[in-house]
Design a protein around this ligand. Structure first.
Ligand code: ZN
Length: 229
């Protein structure tokens, strides 16, 4: 039995009246006591694989609709999953030898950026830090790495502030693209902020190499810090 989004269906089961129908924005599930939406739907659509989106409560028949499984076991509908990439953090892992790799971090997990395959073992983790009231910010960390400098940057908009930012942007780009030789394993983290024009930056280095990295940066550290301030 398949219930379309337009249908309404009321069943009584063990004294509970259960109403089905409406999905997403017009969610009208009345769930009997002790029943989850997924269990109720499994009861009616007894051969369906029912999953409920952890974010918007969309009830999906996983055999007919695409759903995504998050690292923490949550299920996301395709819409919420795709939308989360609008708020993704970006992590570039720049190894001392070899090609840089880009990862995207959403609320659902860490994804290798090219094919969006989930990689749970990348050692990258994002949290949300509540600062005051509703405000807060994303903070992405890399296992085994130490943050050496942090701040924020923006694109090149031609004004004085963005001009100052370009010395960091150019340095990071040269590092990522391998134009700048660097004998250390570095991670550059870009976290979105509440201001769409600015991005929080963290420069991380393999913890065992942190001191050497600092020495290697030498005078350039001031330039970077000034740019990121
Ligand atoms: Zn959803």
């Amino acid at each position: 039995m398949i219930i379309t989004p337009q249908e309404k269906l009321t069943v009584t089961y063990e004294g509970d009246e259960i109403i089905f129908g409406g999905r997403y924005n017009e969610q009208t599930f009345a769930v009997g006591e002790g029943w989850t939406q997924a269990e109720v739907l499994d009861f009616v659509v007894n051969d369906a694989r029912i999953e409920v989106c952890a974010d918007c409560d969309w009830v999906a028949d996983a055999d007919r609709e695409s759903v995504e499984f998050a690292s923490n076991g949550d299920v996301a509908c395709q819409g919420c999953f795709d939308n989360a990439f609008n708020y993704a953090s970006t992590v570039w892992l720049v190894p001392a030898h070899g090609e840089s790799e880009r990862f995207l971090v959403t609320d659902y997990g860490v994804y290798e950026a090219e094919y969006l395959e989930r990689v749970d073992a990348a050692g990258i983790e994002r949290g949300y830090v509540h600062s005051s009231g509703w405000r807060g910010y994303f903070e992405t960390r890399v296992d085994g790495y130490t943050e050496v400098t942090a701040g924020w940057t923006t694109g090149d908009w031609g004004d004085a502030i963005s001009e100052r930012k370009q010395s960091f942007n150019e340095w990071a780009q040269a590092l990522i693209e391998g134009e700048q030789e660097c004998p250390f394993d570095v991670a550059i983290v870009f976290d979105p902020t509440s201001n769409v024009f600015s991005t929080a930056i963290g420069v991380w280095v393999d913890t065992r190499q942190a001191e050497d990295f600092d020495a290697w940066l030498n005078g350039h550290r001031d330039v970077l810090e000034e740019a990121l301030a």
